[in-house]
Ligand binder design. Structure first.
Ligand code: ATP
Length: 745
């Protein structure tokens, strides 16, 4: 890596494009006062990213732009480009993760432009980049931003004037430790960002936690409900299958029973009807019997009539016969005759009592009168023959009446026989009727039985229909709780024998689960599950992120600790090395004496600075004090007792500064070193020593020296003369040593 060219355009006094080439290890810039030499050094500072306007002798960006002269207009912008040979590929750019990326360019060009409004542009090999990229890139080749390698005019003793802390920074920069500091800062910023991210993430998680908990509980409930559903389903399978079998059996049994009863009822009704029909045929025979009995009565009546006639005739015959024997005698009635008359009267009266016919009764009464008259009559028969004929006649009558009697009695006997037969027949009929009556009674009883049985069956049917209804209700309720899986019960294997007790037991279990399930509720379960998954996934994601963040915090802390340790070690080693070189250069310059650096620690109240991430570890008040390491310069001049820097003369200060600067450059040579009249205060002897040191340094670093010192000029390989042209702008020209020496005068 080598400094190649510097192109200045519109910067300060350089109105036109001016190119400096650094083809030799020592390039010297010479020229009269005010020609613009220091402007070249500032152009270098500028292009390397200098942010201090003061160190470029300006107060704002516009001050850096050519302001115009009598003959030249002012520039609209100042632009400086620096070219480095990068054929050895040492330029690196570290990315966000701290990895160093090689820049595969043979030539690295860095441009910086400033516009009159103060806007700055940084361009790396033609692409606009950020300032921090430029810093990042330059630190990779040990060109630090502290500018320790560019010593401006009047700054020869700058490192002596600096505070211990700034000195430490310069030393760190010179030792190439800035890159680590830069990495520490980066890591610190990252740490802070990460810590903020963690806070945000943990806040998010805290915010989510109640919702997540709520959802988790819901999901637990839902899962429990699911388990309940599973057991409910298996209970239902068994219960519903058995219940359906039971209902089917019951239905079948009832319908069989009913059919049987209905059939029997039908037949019984037919039978009852037929029995009643038979009953209607009221016995003809009884009518006949009544007729016959009436006839008997009539015959009796007629017989009575006949008997009375017969009696009368017999009486008359007896009377005639007695008259025949005892005529004319007074007929004296003996007791037998009186009794016969009384008997006859009594008999007539008997007949009259039962007789309904009035004319018949009259007839009987006439006959009774006749008997009574005859009883009072005392007749005298005078002529026997007339009596005999009368007897004969009477006996004929008697005979006739007797035969009449015989006939009628025969008839009566016949009727009696018929009555006897009829009665027998009627009895038989009645017996048959009675049996039928009994039968009908039995049928009626059976009919009654069957009807009430039928009623029982219809009650049973009603009950069964209720059971069927509750089965269907169960199915419906089950399907609400379980869904269509409920219909799986049809595939359940169950025996045809259903134990109602066990069914009741099952039903109770089902009811218990149903109550629990309804209590827990299944509504929106799927949604809750989905939401829970989303929220918990997000939470897991956040938890993972927390983990990652914690890991990255841990690794950043480790990185920072590593870097600090590295800085610490390299710093201490660097100080040792610098001290060796410093004391050499010091005694060389002063012809004796001693110069060395010591590391001091000073307490400092901590402000809210960029290292605040450290305070997050410990918030105790003590952490507000931080210990800063600084560098103290200790000198002992030969033959002098003075040790305080303040007491040194201007020259001595310069010499000490140069010795230290060169010692630093020796330990870790920067790619180039710019020295603007650093040799101004040196006497001739020291100028030579200075020239020797320059040559020594030039083995490792390119040197750009602005000087009026001839000794210094004589050590340069290339000499540029800067003059102010007629147009009022700085002009650059290559000069020979003699010319240069002439210019310097
Ligand atoms: P010396 O030897 O005295 O240190 P020098 O050669 O280093 O002088 P510089 O300090 O580089 O001179 O140049 C200063 C000159 O540059 C001044 O004359 C100043 O007017 C001029 N200058 C500074 N800024 C501008 C600008 N923006 N536009 C034009 N000229 C400027």
């Amino acid at each position: 890596m080598r400094l190649k060219n510097l192109e200045i355009n519109g910067f300060k006094s350089f109105a036109k494009k001016t190119v400096l080439e650094f083809q030799h290890p020592v390039v010297s810039i010479v020229g009269p006062n005010g020609s613009g030499k220091s402007n070249v050094v500032e152009a270098l500072r500028f292009v390397l990213g200098e942010q201090s306007m003061k160190s470029m002798r300006g107060s704002q960006g516009a001050d850096l732009i050519f302001k115009g002269s009598k003959n030249l207009p002012k520039s609209s912008r100042a632009s400086v480009t620096i070219y480095f040979d990068n054929s050895d590929n040492v330029f690196k750019l570290s990315n966000e993760t701290g990895e160093n990326l090689n820049l595969n360019y043979d030539v690295i060009s860095i441009s910086r432009e400033v516009f009159s409004d103060g806007l700055n542009k940084y361009i790396l090999n033609g692409s606009e980049v950020r300032l921090k990229d430029i810093n990042n890139l330059l630190s990779s080749v040990n060109i630090g931003s502290s500018g320790h390698h560019i010593i401006s005019q009047g700054e020869a003793d700058r490192i002596l004037n600096a505070s211990p802390k700034d000195r430490r920074e310069m030393v760190e920069d010179a030792l190439g430790l800035k890159i680590y500091q830069y990495k520490i800062k980066e890591a610190g910023r990252k740490l802070e960002r990460t810590a903020n991210n963690m806070k945000e993430v943990s806040l998010l998680r805290r915010e989510n936690a109640p919702h997540l908990n709520f959802l988790r509980k819901q999901v637990d409930k839902f899962e429990k409900a699911k388990e309940m559903q599973v057991s409910l389903l298996s209970l239902y399978n068994e219960y519903l299958k058995k219940e359906s079998i039971y209902l089917e059996n019951e239905k079948q049994n009832l319908s069989n029973e009913k059919n049987k009863i209905v059939a029997e009822l039908e037949s019984i009704k037919d039978k009852i009807e037929s029995v009643e029909e038979e009953n209607i045929i009221e016995s003809e025979k009884e009518k006949q019997l009544k007729d016959l009995e009436r006839k008997v009565n009539e015959i009796r009546h007629v017989k009575g009539e006949i008997e009375r006639k017969l009696g009368r005739i017999e009486g008359m015959i007896e009377m005639e016969e007695r008259r025949e024997k005892k005529a004319p005698a007074i007929v004296v009635k003996n007791p037998e005759e009186i009794k016969a008359i009384f008997d006859e009267i009594a008999e007539e009266i008997e007949v009259a009592i039962v007789e309904e016919n009035v004319s018949e009764i009259k007839f009987i009464l006439l006959r009774i009168k006749d008997v009574l008259q005859k009883f009072n009559q005392t007749e005298e028969k005078t002529e026997n023959h007339s009596i005999n004929s009368e007897i004969l006649e009477l006996k004929n009558d008697q005979q006739r009446i007797l035969s009449e009697m015989q006939n009628i009695t025969n008839e009566e006997n016949k009727i009696f026989e018929s009555i006897q037969v009829l009665r027998g027949q009627i009895r038989e009929e009645k017996e048959i009727l009675h049996t039928k009556e009994k039968e009908r009674f039995n049928f009626r009883v059976r009919n009654q039985e069957l009807t009430s049985h039928l009623e029982i069956i219809s009650v049973k049917e009603y009950n069964l229909s209720k059971q069927q209804e509750s089965f269907e209700n169960e199915l419906r309720e089950g399907s609400i709780l379980i869904g269509n899986d409920i219909l799986n019960y049809k595939n359940f294997e169950a025996s045809l024998e259903v134990d109602r007790g066990l069914q009741e037991e099952l039903k109770r279990k089902i009811e218990r689960i149903k109550i629990k399930l309804e209590d827990v509720g299944l509504g929106g379960g799927a949604d809750v599950l989905k939401e829970y998954e989303e929220v918990s996934q997000r939470d897991s994601f956040l938890a993972k992120e927390m983990e990652d963040l914690a890991k990255s915090i841990e690794s950043l802390r480790l990185l920072i600790a590593d870097l600090k340790e590295k800085i610490d070690i390299e710093f201490k080693e660097g100080i040792k090395k610098i001290n060796i070189e410093f004391s050499k250069f010091f005694s060389l310059m002063f012809g004796g004496g001693e110069g060395y650096l010591s590391v001091v620690t000073e307490n400092k109240k901590k402000k809210n600075n960029e290292e605040s991430f450290e305070t997050t570890r410990d918030d105790s008040g003590e952490s507000d004090i931080i210990f800063e390491q600084g560098i103290e310069i200790n000198v002992t001049l030969p033959h002098k007792k003075v040790k305080e820097l303040n007491a040194l003369s201007g020259g001595e200060r310069s010499l000490t500064s140069i010795a230290l600067l060169f010692a630093m450059s020796q330990v870790n040579p920067p790619p180039f070193l710019v020295l603007d009249e650093t040799d101004a205060a040196l006497d001739e002897a020291n100028s030579r020593k200075y020239g020797d040191m320059l040559e020594k340094l030039s083995h490792h670093s390119q040197l750009v020296v602005v000087t009026h010192n001839r000794e210094t000029m004589s050590r340069a390989g290339i000499l540029y003369g800067v003059t102010v042209g007629a147009d009022g702008a700085s002009k650059l020209l290559s000069v020979k040593l003699d010319e240069a020496k002439a210019i310097a005068k």
